[in-house]
Design a protein around this ligand. Structure first.
Ligand code: NAD
Length: 482
């Protein structure tokens, strides 16, 4: 680890952040302050570009500190995984926003239609006002700053509430944002579920919530009182389907990355794998080889991420205990030992009612289920909630298309895992229980803007004739309604 990174880590592990929770009564006046400042001076395109550039530079210069804060919150988290998942993702999204901002923000001329001739029509992408962002702990910088940067690109002010389970990272974000933005443009509220509930009840102009489906339901109910438009980025069980033609070694390598990156604490991690039954055990062996190669020796100490807290570690252990009670075959793919450290583990063919098939796993346990036919595998997935992500593995385009035809998911990576999240031009979001709406790139810019339709009438207009007594214009009306 570089020396400055080690020093930053010592700083974060040595002390808890000095902040305390934001008093709930401070939330409405802070929103009022953000809204007043926005009304007084809506950020123009130059301002937005400058804001994004300063945010990028500030994050770029504090990446080591960021990784240290996250590692301290997790107990341990791979610095490299933090740099990729919380650094690179945000920097590349900001680059994408900056490169496209002018084009997306430009008013668009559209045809008014010959019936309204000679009027002109245009669509303007107007900022909506103040966007609220509620973010989770698993990628605590990425999932806070990408929505925030998108809202800024669209010309809004932002009120952010990061997760209480990553308090050092929340403090890092608070300090970073206070350095980059004036207090009337971006504010941060710190606190747990009570703060979150009060926050979701504020009359935002748009609210982006990233978190669990259960809390997402509460957020939607709270937002309903104000008719606050929502983007809900939720969770669920994202399947991988390995077709019989796909090479197992490559499937295992890519599944291992998707599943054991961040200790499996990834919303779009493959939650379970369906593989042709004849190759089930061979897949498990290939996964074991992958895990050994990745985390052998000291590898686990630096590169394998811990479970976020003891409650989540106990929840995951509960899945394994339930599997053991049922007599299911459980295979630990490596011998790893430590506090809140759960080895990559496979559970073979769990039945539907096993605890780990009932809930999103969100940890390093991977159910591997054998299927007899591809249609059976597709039907298995289609009978459940629509997943946030879907991973078909096949070199045969027809097999992939059959899967895509049978299952509608939030997003798809074919023959790999996770990577659709990183393609800035692809809208990212769930469907059904895995969420609603989308962000990243233009999808986020549009979601946090009002597409304002404007019809410009001319001095002389044919529509002036459209008035009673209608008998006089009967022929014209019949000509229009043809
Ligand atoms: P969570 O739902 O417990 O918490 C998310 C945020 O909501 C936190 O900031 C929390 O303080 C806040 N909160 C808690 N109660 C609230 C309430 N009543 N009203 C408003 N806010 C409230 O989720 P988590 O444990 O932090 O994150 C894990 C979950 O998030 C998983 O289900 C995962 O799949 C999902 N997730 C989804 C995405 C995505 O992009 N779709 C990304 C990451 C995580």
């Amino acid at each position: 680890m570089p020396r400055n990174a080690a020093a930053a880590l010592r700083r974060y592990t040595a002390r808890m952040p000095a902040h305390s929770d934001t008093p709930i009564e401070e939330l409405p006046p802070t929103l009022g302050r953000l809204r007043d400042a926005w009304r007084a001076r809506k950020p123009d395109r130059t301002q937005r570009g400058d804001d994004l550039a300063r945010l990028r530079a500030a994050l770029r210069s504090r990446l080591d500190e960021m990784a240290a804060a996250i590692a301290a919150d997790f107990g341990h988290r791979s610095v490299h995984e933090s740099l990729v998942a919380d650094g690179l993702t945000v920097l590349s999204e900001i680059d994408h926003l900056r490169a496209n901002l002018r084009r997306w923000a430009k008013p668009r001329r559209v045809g008014a239609g010959w019936r309204l001739w000679p009027a002109r029509a245009e669509v303007r992408m107007e900022p909506v006002g103040v966007v609220g962002v509620i973010s989770p702990w698993n990628y605590p910088v990425n999932l806070a700053l990408i929505p925030l940067a998108t809202a800024i690109a669209a010309g809004n002010h932002v009120y952010l509430k990061p997760s209480e389970l990553t308090p050092r990272t929340a403090e890092f974000l608070r300090a970073l944002l206070a350095e980059v933005f004036p207090p009337g443009r971006v504010a941060v509220a710190l606190g747990g579920s009570d703060t979150g509930a009060a926050f979701a009840a504020l009359p935002f102009d748009h609210l982006v919530f990233t978190g669990s489906t259960a809390v997402g339901r509460k957020v939607m109910a709270a937002a309903a009182a104000n008719l606050t438009p929502l983007t809900l980025e939720l969770g669920g069980k994202s399947p991988a389907i390995v077709c019989a033609d796909f090479p197992l070694e490559q499937a295992a390598a890519r599944l291992a990355t998707g599943k054991w990156f961040n200790g499996g604490q990834t919303c779009i991690a493959p939650d379970y794998v369906l593989v042709d039954a004849a190759r089930r055990d061979a897949l498990v062996e290939a996964l074991r080889r992958e895990v050994r190669a990745r985390y052998a020796g000291d590898g686990a100490a630096s590169d394998y991420t811990r479970i976020i807290n003891s409650a989540h570690a106990a929840r995951l252990q509960g899945y394994l205990d339930d599997a053991a009670r049922r007599g299911l075959t459980t295979v630990a793919l490596a011998e790893l030992d430590g506090d809140r450290l759960l080895a990559p583990t496979v559970v073979l063919d769990p039945p539907d009612d096993a605890a780990l098939m009932q809930e999103e796993i969100f940890g390093p346990i991977l159910p591997v289920l054998g299927y007899a036919t591809l249609d059976e595998a597709i039907a298995f997935v289609a009978a459940r909630d629509r997943p946030l992500a879907l991973y078909p593995f096949s070199r045969d385009r027809r097999c992939v298309e059959r899967i895509l035809d049978g299952v509608l998911a939030g997003g798809v990576t074919v023959n790999d895992t996770l990577l659709h999240f990183g393609a800035n031009a692809l809208p990212f979001g769930g469907i059904g229980a895995s969420g609603m709406g989308a962000y990243h790139g233009r999808a986020g810019f549009d979601a946090m803007s009002k597409a304002l339709p404007i019809l410009w009438q001319r001095r002389l207009a044919a529509s002036d004739l459209l008035k009673p007594p209608y008998a006089r214009i009967d022929r014209i009306v019949r000509w229009l309604v043809r």
